[in-house]
Design a protein around this ligand. Structure first.
Ligand SMILES: [Ca+2]
Ligand SMILES: [Ca+2]
Length: 342
């Protein structure tokens, strides 16, 4: 008996320290690529480079069944200087299911929601940003507070956010805060072949990030999406957004922007060879209008490629990308994108 008590006492500090340490995990992703320009528009025909689209390092720690913390470091695009890590996320999740069913509160520097969710649907952030991120319509992360619901049985999720506005790379210059809400539903989640079908909607009521603004200096966004998927064979998504903004103090009217992104993939789960099972044919078409009052300024973006999941955590995707702004020359690029994920 004495031995057993002594043994327990000896184990006690070990037990506590291991509970604390064992639930801290490190993960990350890096997006290396090789790019070759095929046209003179841009850096010139034949220009080529090796680069990294992004590097993320995540540290997550579960303090208890209710409380967890995440810190994510990020590295930005290549410039003529060392590539420094900077902060992307630093937040605490507090699961409050005991008080309100299916609910979690999140405090700190966090995802603004829509872009991160659309990245999961697109599934290839290592190849290209999603529509609202690519065109700088929204920051993907910001400081604030959010209330998040996970519907039971995988039917979807919804969030309500109270955010600073300038995003994770910016600084607050005014007294205004932004409010945003979004939802995603998977109505057919119980039918295995159609489980990935989904619908989503997003609203962002925001204000300009400049100083000396009034409540007229809005930065509002509305977005919606729909995915149709069948049997792990094909998955097609359409995303649309509209934005109204009056960024400069003294501006007399809103600038209206809108855009649409169509993308899809075809896979071969029925294939005889294991190689074909890991291949996806991927295509995407975006159309973005930065100002509805200006004619002939629309931007088109086309992507076509073949993705090979070599092993889980290592993908290769050779692809062709075309960008074309109305009235300007076409820019064509061949890119070999890779995903390293751990
Ligand atoms: Ca603000
Ligand atoms: Ca236009």
């Amino acid at each position: 008996m004495k031995i057993r008590i002594l043994f327990s006492l000896l184990l006690l500090p070990l037990y506590f320290s291991s509970v604390f340490a064992a639930d801290t995990k490190i993960s990350g992703e890096s997006y290396p690529f090789y790019q070759l320009d095929l046209t003179n528009n841009g850096s010139g025909k034949g220009y080529n480079k090796f680069d990294l689209g992004r590097v993320y390092v995540n540290v997550t720690s579960k303090l208890s069944d209710e409380v967890s913390i995440r810190v994510t470091m990020d590295v930005d695009k290549m410039a003529n200087e060392p590539r420094d890590f900077y902060l992307k996320y630093a937040y605490l999740d507090w699961n409050i299911e005991k008080f309100i069913p299916y609910s979690t509160l999140r405090f700190g520097l966090q995802s603004t929601g829509w872009i991160g969710s659309m990245e999961k649907v697109w599934g290839r952030r290592y190849v290209a940003k999603v529509l609202l991120d690519q065109n700088g319509i929204l920051s993907s992360a910001d400081y604030g507070l959010s209330y998040n619901i996970n519907f039971p049985s995988g039917y979807g999720n919804a969030s309500l956010l109270y955010l600073q506005g300038p995003g994770y790379k910016g600084k607050e210059e005014n007294r205004f805060k932004d409010i945003s809400a979004f939802f995603f539903v998977r109505p057919l989640v119980k039918l295995p072949d159609f489980a990935a079908c989904m619908l989503g909607g997003y609203y962002y009521k925001g204000y300009s990030d400049k100083t000396d603004i009034t409540s007229e200096n809005n930065k509002d966004r509305l977005a919606g999406m729909a995915t149709f998927a069948y049997g792990g064979i094909f998955k097609f998504t359409t995303e649309y957004f509209k934005a109204w903004e009056r960024i400069d103090p003294g501006a007399s009217k809103d600038t209206e922007k809108d855009g649409i992104s169509l993308f899809g993939e075809i896979k071969f789960p029925m294939a005889k060879t294991s190689f074909l099972k890991k291949i996806a044919l991927v295509g995407r078409y975006d159309l973005y209008d930065p100002d509805s009052d200006t004619e002939n300024d629309e931007q088109r973006y086309i992507l076509a490629g073949v993705e090979w999941e070599v092993i889980e955590g290592f993908n290769l995707m050779p692809n062709f990308q075309r960008t074309k702004t109305e009235g300007e020359k076409t820019k064509d690029t061949f890119i070999l994108n890779a995903l390293f994920k751990f």
